[in-house]
Design a protein around this ligand. Structure first.
Ligand code: FE
Ligand code: FE
Ligand code: ZN
Length: 277
């Protein structure tokens, strides 16, 4: 079984997203838990949730991969930003329980000059405060491109966070192909080597989801500019090899490529073709 979908606008609710995913050919999707820039979350609509769960069951959807808002920075040097981020994070985790067992992906944070080590400590402290044994949501650290002072530009940095968190069964990693490439992991010439390294440092058992994106820039550029599949520096062949790699088998693949609906439809169809060849 494989799961493929793309990032969808959350504004019209879960049922609308599920129907949109189906129209595009997908069987999972991603969405921002709230406006990516603002802080307001939509009211929970129980009827919408029930209808969504029915559609998801009927169509054998994979796990949803929710995305925390970009404004969140758990390890900012500014107290008010840290406070807002922690509260938003905690509220999202609570709301995620309406779709039990889903994934909640977030950018670990930017240390804003305090150093990666300090950033790692602060992020882990927040996770230790917020994660609970009762939650069914798995929180995913996203591998980052290393733009600015982003924490998570190496597998070791993510490991550093994981090592400090007690609720290890509620924590995992989402691998973004554009980000690791931009971060300096050469998945074009050495996909197996990169995956071995991921396994050695993080452990493949901690990999839950894939953000499946090509990149506009060279390996190690630390830019984080996504490209449509096959049109970037990673390219068609390497993206296809990654899609078919056994280490990724059965994980939800989420497209975050610069596309309109037609473009997503094509990429999803292409992915399915690869899987069924
Ligand atoms: Fe992201
Ligand atoms: Fe991503
Ligand atoms: Zn990105």
């Amino acid at each position: 079984m494989y799961y493929i979908g793309n990032h969808l606008p959350v504004a019209s609710g879960y049922t609308a997203m599920a129907n949109m995913a189906l129209r595009l050919g997908g069987n999972t999707f991603a969405f921002f838990t709230r406006n990516p820039r603002g802080s307001r979350a939509k009211e929970i609509d129980e009827k919408d949730i029930q209808e969504f769960l029915r559609i998801a069951r009927e169509n054998k959807f994979g796990k949803l991969v929710a995305h925390a808002p970009y404004t969140l920075n758990l390890c900012s040097d500014k107290e008010n930003v840290r406070k807002f981020s922690k509260e938003t994070f905690a509220d999202d985790i609570k709301r995620m329980e309406y779709i039990p067992g889903s994934y909640y992906n977030f950018h670990p944070g930017s240390h804003t000059g305090q150093g990666a080590e300090k950033g790692i400590e602060i992020i882990a402290d927040v996770l230790n405060e917020v994660l609970s044994p009762e939650q069914t949501t798995i929180v995913l650290l996203e591998t980052m491109a290393g733009k600015g002072s982003e924490v998570g530009r190496t597998f070791e940095e993510l490991r550093g966070i994981m090592d400090r968190v007690w609720q290890k069964d509620k924590l995992g990693v989402c691998l973004d192909t554009c980000h690791i490439w931009d971060g300096g992991y050469d998945i074009v010439n050495n996909l197996d080597g990169v995956i071995d390294e991921f396994d050695r440092v993080i452990g493949l058992e901690n990999l839950y989801a894939i953000h499946f994106n090509d990149s506009k820039n060279e390996c190690g550029s630390h830019k984080d500019r996504h490209e449509r599949i096959g049109y970037g520096k990673i390219g068609f062949e390497a993206m296809k090899r990654a899609a078919l790699h056994p280490a990724f088998e059965g994980k939800p693949f989420i497209l975050e490529t610069p596309n309109d609906d037609e473009g997503y439809k094509k990429e999803i169809a292409m992915f399915k073709e690869w899987m069924e060849e």
